[in-house]
Design a binder for this molecule. Structure first.
Ligand code: WT7
Length: 626
């Protein structure tokens, strides 16, 4: 094999769920649909499927048609009548030192109580519920309670601004919103309920708001709309069993908003059946799950990683998941290592941006802790640079733990390109397509490029956990993913495949910027910029950043007569943070007299990027004359 390769030890290979990666890959390649049918058969269904894959109306693919199921049946219900009943499902630690554990039995009790409450508010199958909660166990309960009733959850990351929350609540026409009084962030209270009040000023669909008490400060409660969760669960309606609604495999499970290259965020739709099978199988094979594992995914359930591999994946596998409310560096940069040691975490899944930021604090913070419980590491969200890979592998994993670099997207629901632990690894490469998947690297005209050459990444096989559409925007779904190269799923990433078949993802090829692994559309950032009263035009680009991967650099044109001061630049930065989310705050705001545009009026971000990096600006022939 070419380049830097890390070979797994014989013990790791022998003990792996998939000891021979290539053999299973070959079998799955010969019959991808059969591979998925076998995985689906490892789970329980109320009614079997008639057809594993229905591609008669592609790209509106359907999986397990005719089958009846509910993801909660497989994630929770089946465990309480089996050997996992008293196994821990969730270990939770709050930033302020609070902690709680839930066995599968206890988790089911809490989910039933919340489902009873939600149902009593008139929420039924198909209704949308927005969840805006910090990383506390109620977030699990709320997601599972919605799914149990057949309601469609839409989780909005609790760092999002009132405007962003407002847009997502209204676009999904949510009937109910579940939130908390506040969240703990670096020892401070972040006032969630105040943001909710602002967000819901013009949200006619929302009938009720459930408020979980977390931080305890005074909040304003609207007597007709707002209810404390602890009051509701004390009522008789919360008591008793709550039946899991039998869903069609293709019924929607959730909507999750993510950024696209144009306009408003995309509402990605996932289903009960296919999503369940995809998440279950990828989690088991790639993280090599064992009965005694204690698994920690540091992602927030506000993103797809939290949905698939913090909430649903571990539960579908009957595993024990760990969730921590806070971040890695508060009060000191050893917080995560301390938690791994104390709780005996065995599988640790995090993001390159976190690794890079922790690396900077030096090895001594890590070496104060015994991390010998760890046996497998994972990375997600953006390409992991070889230097960060090596540090994670050596200093955290002690060169003992396989490091699974998993490539996937909100749209794909589950891993698509990733190694399994029995496979040799190349630092910086996400490995090979997952079993049953195949990729191609194409040029602009759709021709495959030779090995080693960069091009556009497409997935060529449908897979169960794929998005079904964009909520109420079928056309945009087809246009965004299936129209450039008909029959192939356009990922929006640039990548190359080397001689050994390993995929190297380079980054987004569209107008999406990955900042600390979070996805931001230039269009969204620009619309936040121009909503500032003095900004008339704006362009946002991503520039390489040592820790964040990319940082946003904004170019703004301001009204004539206004002075471009440092204070104004700072004000504009803060404005974007408040309009969109703190993640979207540009690192730098540069005042310019005009923006380079094509004759048809499109901003040439490529030119701006080259300028900012001091590089050759390339072909300017389509540039509008000044
Ligand atoms: C984009 C999807 C799905 C997890 C969280 C992100 C980038 C994700 C990797 C990886 C290189 C990666 C891609 C992709 N990405 N994982 N292991 N190596 N790039 O989900 O917010 O929908 O973003 O994240 O650019 O297209 P998302």
């Amino acid at each position: 094999m070419q380049g830097e390769v890390w070979y797994p030890s014989d013990d790791v290979v022998a003990a792996a769920v998939v000891p021979d990666h290539d053999a299973l890959a070959a079998a799955a390649a010969a019959d991808p649909v059969g591979f998925w049918a076998d995985r689906a058969n490892e789970l329980e269904w109320f009614e079997p499927w008639e057809k594993t894959l229905d591609d008669s109306n592609a790209p509106f693919f359907k999986w397990f048609t005719g089958a009846r199921t509910n993801i909660v049946h497989n994630a929770v219900d089946r465990h309480i009548s089996g050997p996992h009943k008293n196994k821990l499902a969730l270990i939770w630690v709050g930033e302020n030192g609070d902690h709680a554990t839930y066995s599968y039995f206890a988790l089911n009790r809490e989910v039933e109580r919340m489902a009873n409450v939600i149902r009593s508010m008139g929420v039924r199958k198909g209704d949308r519920v927005t969840i805006y909660l910090p990383r506390i166990p109620e977030l699990h309960f709320a997601m599972l309670a919605c799914a149990k009733l057949g309601a469609v959850h839409s989780v909005v990351f609790a760092g999002y601004s009132a405007d962003a929350l407002h847009d997502r609540v209204n676009a999904s026409e949510s009937k109910l919103l579940i939130t908390a009084d506040g969240a703990w962030i670096n020892g401070q209270v972040f006032p969630l309920k105040g943001i909710v009040d602002e967000a819901l000023r013009f949200s006619p669909s929302v009938e009720n708001v459930i408020v979980v008490r977390r931080t305890g400060q005074d909040v304003t409660m609207d007597a007709l709309r707002d209810h404390w969760y602890h009051d509701l669960v004390a009522l008789p309606i919360a008591k008793g069993r709550c039946e899991t609604v039998k869903m069609d495999a293709e019924d929607p499970l959730f909507i999750l908003y993510t950024s696209g290259s144009t306009g408003k965020p995309k509402a990605i739709v996932h289903t009960h059946g296919g999503y369940m099978v995809g998440v279950y199988a990828t989690m088991k094979y790639v993280f090599d799950l064992r009965e005694e594992d204690r698994y920690w995914c540091t992602a927030d359930p506000g993103w797809i990683t939290g949905h698939s591999y913090l909430v649903y994946g571990p539960l579908l596998n009957g595993a024990t998941a760990f969730m921590y409310e806070g971040g890695p560096t508060y009060p000191y940069p050893n917080k995560w290592w301390q938690l791994i040691e104390y709780y005996g975490i065995t599988i640790f899944y995090t993001a390159p941006t976190a690794i890079r930021s922790l690396m900077r604090f030096g090895d001594a913070w890590v070496n104060r802790h015994d991390l010998s419980s760890l046996r497998l590491l994972g990375s997600v969200g953006e390409p992991i640079n070889p230097e960060a890979w090596r540090w994670f592998h050596r200093v955290i994993g002690k060169e003992r733990c396989p490091l699974m670099d998993t490539w996937w997207q909100t749209e794909t629901g589950a891993f698509q390109i990733c190694p399994t632990p029995s496979m040799p690894l190349k630092p910086g490469s996400a490995g090979k397509p997952f079993f049953g998947q195949a990729v191609e690297i194409l040029d602009e005209e759709g021709r495959p490029v030779p090995a080693g050459q960069e091009g556009l990444l497409v997935l060529t096989n449908p897979w169960p956990a794929m998005l079904r559409t964009l909520y109420r925007e079928d056309e945009r779904y087809v246009e965004s993913y299936w129209s450039k190269f008909p029959g192939k799923y356009l990922a929006g990433d640039a990548a190359r495949v080397d001689e050994d078949g390993y995929v190297w993802v380079i980054g987004r090829s569209d107008d999406v910027i990955k900042v600390s692994g979070h996805r931001l559309g230039t269009a969204e950032v620009e619309s936040a910029l121009v909503s500032h009263p003095v900004v008339t035009e704006a362009a946002a680009i991503g520039l390489p950043h040592e820790v964040k991967g990319n940082a946003i650099h904004a170019f703004v044109v301001i009204k004539p007569g206004i002075e471009p001061t440092l204070e104004l630049g700072e004000q504009i930065r803060q404005h974007v943070g408040a309009q969109l989310s703190p993640i979207a705050k540009p690192d730098t705001v540069e005042f310019v007299y005009s923006l380079p545009k094509t004759r048809s009026g499109k901003i040439m971000r490529r030119v701006l990027k080259a300028r900012a990096l001091g590089q050759d600006e390339g072909d300017l022939s389509t540039l509008e004359a000044d």
